[in-house]
Design a protein around this ligand. Sequence first.
Ligand code: 5GP
Length: 181
Amino acid sequence: MISGPSGVGKGTVVHRVLSLDPSLYYSVSAKTRAPRPGEVNGREYWFVSEEEFDRMIEAGELLEHASMFGHRSGTPARPVEDARAAGVDVLLEIDVRGAAQIRERVPDSVLIFLEPPSQQELVRRLEARGTEHGADLERRLARVDEEMAAGEHFDHRVVNDEVDRAAAEVMAILERYGHTA
Ligand code: 5GP
């Protein structure tokens, strides 16, 4: 599982890891926000309504879930369980609150915290990526301290100074746990 503060570049590193190692099964999360331009249902996320998300929680279909910046995200349990039953290693990319639930519920998970070279750099990246503005950007900035502090509960910390280097370090960690590409 890869987690880390908002804006650290989790998506980019995960993308690189998956291209280095197509044998990993990427868990596609359920999300209650609307798709952004270019996002495809079932590829980036499963886009579901708030009602459907409630139903999934009720039915025990989510391995973890969390609220974030005006919407909710969760990991559908079934695909993860099916992949693991078939001997396939699964990659999750989730926020730090979901990570805490995975630690409890999946004891053999490997928790990797992706961190920025510095907290100032994280703030700079969040502002520079330009996908959030005004109140939304403020909310993310306000949560930086809490999200950075969560790093101490992880098995491994990887600095996202450079995408290729960080992805290679993630691969090296997985190999130490017996994962082969
Ligand atoms: P986005 O900008 O795509 O709306 O949201 C990205 C945030 O949602 C990231 O922090 C990402 O880690 C988190 N996220 C994506 N999928 C899940 C999930 O299934 N569970 C949790 N807890 N967080 C998720």
